[in-house]
Design a protein around this ligand. Structure first.
Ligand code: SAM
Length: 254
């Protein structure tokens, strides 16, 4: 079978990153990350009244928490088709009441026309994936999407380049007769962090298949992100100085 991807002419090109990773993302990382997402955002999300904006929603960890823990509308922004596929599969299993409250936007936030739709925005594990020039487009788009006085919670990226290569093994997961495994290798490459993701599936005797996908990350300190956001009307929220989050509020008068 030969598949042709098509759509109305003039559509923007699809983002095909995460094409390899999407298959392994939830099976290898969901448990640990679900607990982290709950710890980091559940209180903030429960306070949302207008809406929750999940920027770089991936397979939907923050979106699912928002649907469960708040009665507000949810906007999930996810440009990568592979990640969006897992997200939509997850949303398909929800009740109509919950599904009616969530809208999925398939382009980067700065190409998505969202205006004052949320009083809480979350960038979980995504800002480090953006080069500085793209971050500069993200902040004003967040300023438009949030209501005045709304809050933005950003999981901080690595503050600096790794001094040496760092390898992190992901915990093996059994699926029937197969064991899924993975490893993240982070190393400095110029001013960026090269993150190589290796995945494999094995049975009792052999490795059945192996896959690799490489991502780039850009380190940024809390101080630098705070300055960038200040230029777009965001002021730090107190109480987060020691947190792994950067929390800011959108000034009412800009
Ligand atoms: C490392 S993944 C994290 C996904 C999810 N937040 C999680 O932690 O499971 C980063 C996500 O950000 C998305 N992304 C990248 N640039 C974006 C942008 N400009 N606007 C919205 N999402 C973006 C990617 O497609 C990717 O799914």
């Amino acid at each position: 079978m030969h598949t042709i991807l098509s759509g109305p002419s003039g559509l923007r090109p699809e983002h095909d990153s995460y094409a390899v990773t999407a298959e392994f993302y939830d099976i290898l990382q969901a448990d640990e990350d679900e607990a982290r997402v709950r710890r980091l955002y559940s209180r903030q999300i429960a306070d949302a009244r207008t809406g929750v904006l999940d920027v770089g929603a991936g397979t939907g960890r923050v979106t699912m928490l928002a649907l469960a823990d708040s009665g507000a509308d949810v906007h999930a922004v996810e440009p990568a088709r592979a990640m969006r596929t897992s997200l939509l599969t997850r949303l398909a299993a929800l009740s109509c009441e919950q599904r009616d409250r969530v809208t999925v936007h398939p382009h980067p936030l700065d190409e998505t026309a969202l205006d004052a739709v949320a009083d809480v925005a979350v960038c979980h594990n995504m800002v480090g994936c953006l080069p500085p020039g793209i971050r500069e487009k993200l902040w004003p788009a967040l300023g438009r999407a949030l209501t005045p006085g709304g809050s933005l919670f950003v999981q901080l990226p690595p503050a600096r380049l790794p001094a040496r290569t760092v390898v992190r093994r992901l915990a093996d997961k059994r699926v029937g007769e197969h064991i899924y495994g993975g490893r993240m290798t982070m190393s400095a490459a110029g001013y960026r962090i090269r993150t190589r993701a290796d995945y494999w599936v094995r049975d009792a005797e052999d490795v059945l298949r192996e896959h690799t996908e490489t991502f780039w990350m850009w380190p940024a300190t809390r101080a630098r992100l705070t300055d960038e956001l200040a230029a777009h009307g965001f002021a730090p929220l107190p109480g987060y100085e020691e947190s792994e989050l950067l929390a800011v509020t959108l000034n009412v008068r800009r």
